[in-house]
Design a protein around this ligand. Structure first.
Ligand code: G3D
Ligand code: MG
Length: 172
């Protein structure tokens, strides 16, 4: 019997790193009707089908606006089984902030063991953060891995979401 899973993931990282663009690319331009401006969160839903017929309905929560300062962060993280953490390759500081702020923040709210995937976004542009910078960020926070992405041309976007989903379900 194929299994059906329902999962919640969050996408976090500095303002303008590309979080909303990445999700929009992943869900092929479809905004969820479930848009909740009152809590400053966009919620996107995508169904993923695995090779063996199992299905996962992945709900991704995206903080809109003042990412760091919302008092809604505990609600936002609640019940998450994984997190995509986005850095911007054109701004090295966004990876420093993952180590200093975002990884501790998600672990505090969602538990130390939550699977984290680092997305090194904007790989279509000239980079300021090196592969070493991304790797040390990934190791430092104990993420399951990192992947270079471009929300603009779609590079690795599907792969990034699939790797996190598989890690959550322990399929890889
Ligand atoms: P956020 O949700 O993390 O705040 P956004 O970030 O998704 O709003 O993206 C911020 C800006 O970066 C947007 O530009 C967006 O088009 C751009 N962007 C996001 N991802 C990529 C990428 O992979 N490559 C390139 N070249 N640009 C990207 P604007 O100009 O609309 O503010
Ligand atoms: Mg956004």
């Amino acid at each position: 019997m194929p299994q059906k899973y329902k999962l919640k993931a969050v996408i976090i990282g500095e303002h303008a790193a590309g979080k909303t663009s990445l999700i929009k690319t992943f869900v092929e331009g479809k905004f969820s009707a479930d848009y909740r401006p009152t809590i400053g969160t966009n919620i996107f839903i995508k169904k993923i089908t695995f090779e063996n017929g199992d299905e996962a309905t992945l709900t991704v929560w995206d903080i809109a606006g003042q990412e760091r300062w919302t008092s809604m962060r505990p609600l936002y993280y609640k019940g998450s089984s994984g997190a995509l953490i986005v850095g911007d390759l054109t701004r090295k500081s966004t990876f420093d902030q993952i180590v200093k702020f975002w990884a501790p923040d998600v672990k505090r709210h969602a538990g130390e063991a939550i699977p984290l995937m680092v997305l090194a976004n904007k790989c279509d542009l000239p980079r300021e953060a090196s592969a070493d910078d991304v790797e040390s960020c990934t190791k430092n926070i104990g993420a399951i891995g990192s992947i270079d992405t471009s929300a603009k041309n779609g590079d690795n976007v599907n792969e990034a979401f699939m790797r996190l989903t598989k890690a959550i379900l322990k399929k890889a």
